[in-house]
Design a protein. Structure first.
Length: 153
């Protein structure tokens, strides 16, 4: 008889009580509340850093273009310059010059970078202004949360 009662008590104790489940959920909630804000801040910083790398890549592409074209940076609207950089051309002697870039220069938020040369934004005006519309995806001409090659962030 004692064996039957032991098996019944064991069967009743096989699961968790509601109090135990709620306690575990509360602990998980507290841990999540401490960790999630740090992860979100880290992701934003990573996107900003990735965008700075993309801007530097576009700077390199236009510098290479300038080297191949008598020291002159490409001029014109952003779309014209991007087409110029992504299309193979010929130099003054008629030799093929490969495209400086293989795809459109986009920031971490998948927005196309902005380009201006001659620049009204860079103090000495010797290099092109390149910027991203930033996390809010709104072009503020290099202001606001825009990420640019002339303001250190």
């Amino acid at each position: 008889m004692k064996t039957k009662q032991f098996k019944t008590n064991l069967a009743r104790r096989a699961g968790f009580t509601l109090t135990e489940v709620l306690l575990v959920l509360a602990i998980i909630g507290v841990i999540a509340a401490m960790v999630v804000p740090n992860l979100i801040g880290s992701q934003k910083k990573a996107f900003v850093d990735a965008t700075k790398v993309k801007i530097k890549g576009l700077e390199t592409a236009v510098s290479n273009y300038a080297i191949s074209n008598g020291g002159e940076f490409p001029q014109g609207a952003r779309d014209e310059v991007i087409t110029l950089l992504t299309t193979p051309t010929q130099d003054a002697d008629g030799r093929a010059v490969p495209a400086q870039m293989t795809d459109l220069p986009k920031d971490a938020w998948e927005q196309i970078l902005y380009y201006e040369y001659p620049s009204s934004k860079v103090a000495n005006g010797t290099k092109p202004a390149i910027w991203s519309s930033g996390p809010n995806k709104t072009n503020e001409d290099g202001g606001g949360d825009d990420i640019s090659n002339w303001v250190k962030q």
